[in-house]
Ligand binder design. Structure first.
Ligand SMILES: C[S@@+](CC[C@H](N)C(=O)[O-])C[C@H]1O[C@@H](n2cnc3c(N)ncnc32)[C@H](O)[C@@H]1O
Ligand SMILES: [Zn+2]
Length: 289
């Protein structure tokens, strides 16, 4: 975890600022050990560079439980992720294309705090850090599976990019309200659990001119696709139609600005919106998007 992140952190229980104690940094200047104390009495340990806001693992679904396994964390970017979008979209979709879209839509180059929620091995987090290289700011990757975060941290180091990793729930982000220039969620809304609570958290942490970019899997159109999705839904994976998903964004105060569909893969860009007295929602900030 990087010291630069500290002013942007808050207690996920009471939202107060956190106080770092007994910290130890390594040769790279990363905080590798210590404790984050809150006035409410909560204490969050930092071990091996990862701050833990959750305590013992308690994933509620089979899909989430699978991500707690070290074997899944090892295999994720080695065996599945490089091919995932090409398989799911039915067209050639290498990392280069996906990451260019995500970093451009979220406008990482302008700097500030960028949060990759449910980051797994940190693919988007590393891309954001590369895009941010020449601007002031920081990238934080958040996931509730420790093995995923450990793998993510090693990958960021090997790639020579600076990313902080936190173990926390997508429904209770330890990030101060309005702190984030951008939030990304790559393929994780489908297994996040309480979607609306997660989207409300995204809305809360985003600055008024912030951007939210999500890559989400939609309900398949073919009978075979629907049968497969029906089977995996037993494990806690959910799929929506484009319209239903965008409606859930709006209900959370996130105004869809742009979207692009490839097979069952939907990329969306949304920005915070406010509701006027007429009950209609409008972007919190109008600008050149
Ligand atoms: C499909 S993978 C994410 C892929 C990654 N964003 C990427 O683009 O490579 C889903 C991840 O979401 C995490 N996850 C699921 N539910 C979560 C929750 N409620 N809070 C935090 N992380 C969650 C899992 O641990 C897993 O690492
Ligand atoms: Zn607290």
């Amino acid at each position: 975890m990087d010291e630069e992140l500290l002013p942007w952190l808050c207690c996920p229980t009471c939202s107060s600022a956190l106080d770092l104690r007994d910290s130890r940094c390594d040769a790279h200047g990363e905080i590798v050990a210590g404790r984050l104390h809150c006035g409410c009495g909560a204490v969050y340990p930092i071990r091996d560079g990862i701050a833990d806001f959750l305590g013992p693992p308690r994933p509620p679904t089979i899909a989430q439980l699978t991500n707690e396994l070290p074997a899944t964390a090892w295999a994720y970017e080695r065996l599945w992720r490089p091919f995932a979008l090409t398989l799911l979209s039915g067209e050639s979709f290498p990392y280069q294309r996906e990451l260019a879209l995500v970093t451009e839509w979220v406008d990482a180059a302008r700097g500030g705090l960028f949060v990759d929620v449910a980051c797994s091995n940190g693919l988007y987090a590393r891309a954001l850090a590369r895009a941010l290289r020449h601007a002031p700011g920081h990238v934080v990757g958040i996931d509730h599976a420790l093995p995923m975060l450990q793998e993510a941290r090693q990958r960021a180091r090997a790639a020579g990019v600076r990313v902080s990793y936190l173990r926390a729930s997508a429904q209770a982000l330890p990030v101060a309200s309005g702190a984030a220039s951008g939030v990304t969620i790559g393929g994780s809304l489908n297994e996040i659990g309480d979607l609306d609570a997660c989207l409300r958290e995204v809305r809360r942490v985003l600055a008024d001119d912030g951007r939210f970019v999500a890559m989400t899997l939609l309900t398949a159109r073919s009978a075979v696709g629907r049968a497969v999705q029906g089977a995996v839904s037993v494990g806690g994976i959910t799929f929506w139609s484009r319209e239903d998903l965008l409606q859930r964004f709006r209900a959370a105060g996130l105004h869809p600005q742009r979207d692009e569909q490839h097979g069952i893969v939907l990329f969306t860009l949304a920005s915070p919106c406010r509701e006027d007295s007429d009950g209609k929602s409008h972007p919190a900030v109008s600008g050149n998007r």
